[in-house]
Design a protein around this ligand. Sequence first.
Ligand code: AMP
Ligand code: MG
Length: 498
Amino acid sequence: MTHATFVFDNSYARDLDGFYVSWQGDVAPAPRLLKLNRALALELGIDPDGLSDEQAARLFSGSQMPEGAAPLAQAYAGHQFGGFSPQLGDGRALLIGEVIDRNGHRRDIHLKGSGRTPFSRGGDGKATIGPVLREYIIGEAMHALGIPTTRALAAVATGEQVLRDTILPGAVLARVASSHIRVGTFQFFAARSEVGRLRQLTSYTIARHDPDLLENGDITGTAVLGFLSRVIERQAKLVAQWMLTGFIHGVMNTDNMTVSGETIDYGPCAFMEAYDPRTVFSSIDTHGRYAFGNQPAIAQWNLARLAEALLPLIDDNEAAAIERATEAINGFPVRFEAAWAAGMRAKMGLESAEDGDATLGAELLSCLQAREQSPALDYTLAFRRLAAVAGGLADHPGPTGEDGARFKAFTQAYKARLDRDAMPAERRITAMLAVNPLYIPRNHEVEEALAAAVAGDLAPFNRLLDVLSDPFTERAGLEAFAAPAPADFGPYRTFCGT
Ligand code: AMP
Ligand code: MG
């Protein structure tokens, strides 16, 4: 059944008094709907046809709260680039409520850019069209790639001018998440030694995300440790998926890491083209803390901060709690490697598992990075070519002319490995094309679409979104969307100025 508006069930507001500040969004002077995610709206039980563009614009800019909403700014802390900030929180965002979607899953409806809150510190509480649509595109691309993520529900231009380096048009993003509970949410209460609240938050979170861990409703140390292990597992799988698709988050602060295992807070993120683990796009990541190749280690570091926050709930005896939590954290690399190896096997078209598969995959990556001519080779396209190699249509996964000794050796080893795998060739190729995308959000395409949108033309944005909604199926006429940036695009820089 669909409704004209949401049917809210606001558990965070109801159960976690003291963990947020109730707050209202600013009224936008001239809200204008830029985009509504109709399919997602339907999933949430709203009939998008029952909503005029004007109504949607008022609703998703925060100008008018729907009936049953309980808008609030969540408190959280976080380690930003390694340094602890005890108080961050929603400085320009509001959780407006939760709905149970058509599949029975609880989803947060959240606005970003809706105005100042008590957590704004020096900020203006605003967002602008470029970064809002950027989060829209990347999030939807991630979703289509099968990577857990928050999703954009709507983007609305506010009609307001926002001061950044220049004056930019303001916007609000309405997004959906399975929750907005972050590693930093736990850190907020742990840092204040509010153990009662920490317990209450943990109990709420376990009931929401891992209810099978609860024993008679109350949380034991074992349940808390079980919860920690679940978060470790979800993040290991998530970051393995990032690594397998060449995604760089760019700002993996602990306040930007969910316990649900969904990718959140798309800021200076981007997809890597030339394969190089040292790749950094973010202009503020001057030391490369969040470089592509560092992401697994940073995820583990962030999870260790979650473990620290949970210590008082794991065991009354601190030494025992530390021992148990450390053991869980030390399990991250094994889980990550397993997820990565399984994903790499699928990318290479292997059904069977051999110990050397991860090494074989790593050798392909070394080939891409260590080619004789610079720059390194495009990560995404190499795997489409690998499917051609598997099908006997190409000699090696490098582009024409790229057949150095190292590639030849890899290809020989790869073909020998295929011979030991029983999957029929035709099925193998189909399987490879279904996991190795052809269309990813290419940086130059994203920039072009955003520049046009800021100037008032949404056509390139809509077209890019449409291409990225089906990343695996090759379609005639979309060749340009599959191609890496032209050489004159230059080195790519992304900015946090959201
Ligand atoms: P982010 O880098 O977007 O993950 O944000 C980190 C923190 O800064 C969060 O607490 C945000 O709410 C806050 N923040 C970011 N931009 C603004 C802004 N324009 N106004 C107020 N707070 C902001
Ligand atoms: Mg954030």
